[in-house]
Design a protein around this ligand. Sequence first.
Ligand code: ZN
Length: 150
Amino acid sequence: MTALRELYQEVILDHNKSPRNYYRMENADRKIDGYNPLCGDHFTLFVKLENDRIKDISFEGAGCAISKASASVMSSAVKGKTISEAEELFHKFHKLMIGEADPMENIESLGKLAAFSGVTEYPARVKCATLAWHTLHTALTTKEHRATTE
Ligand code: ZN
């Protein structure tokens, strides 16, 4: 687990310092607010779709290091993917966060997302790590404009 712990530190630090896809997107197809009342994390997610593919994705807002890093890694991971591929990744990540998947067994398909398994040691922070994913899931599967972790 040491390698994963190091990866966790590295990914959170890196993506918090220089978040990827962090900007307000004009003419997005989906714009949705995600809110985690437990921690106060609040992000807006922008998605541009081309047929069933996520052509572009970005986010902006404010939150703790874990929520920001998770949104950054998530945006990089799903950019260019189809909606069903992104949904599959969402389910894998969710399983990882509730301790139902072994990060080492899934490290190839999860990549940097596996690093967030470190968060399962801090149950109060799990919602910080999953906020961006719940927001994306809501954006891709509903017409809602707001998603919360509650
Ligand atoms: Zn948080």
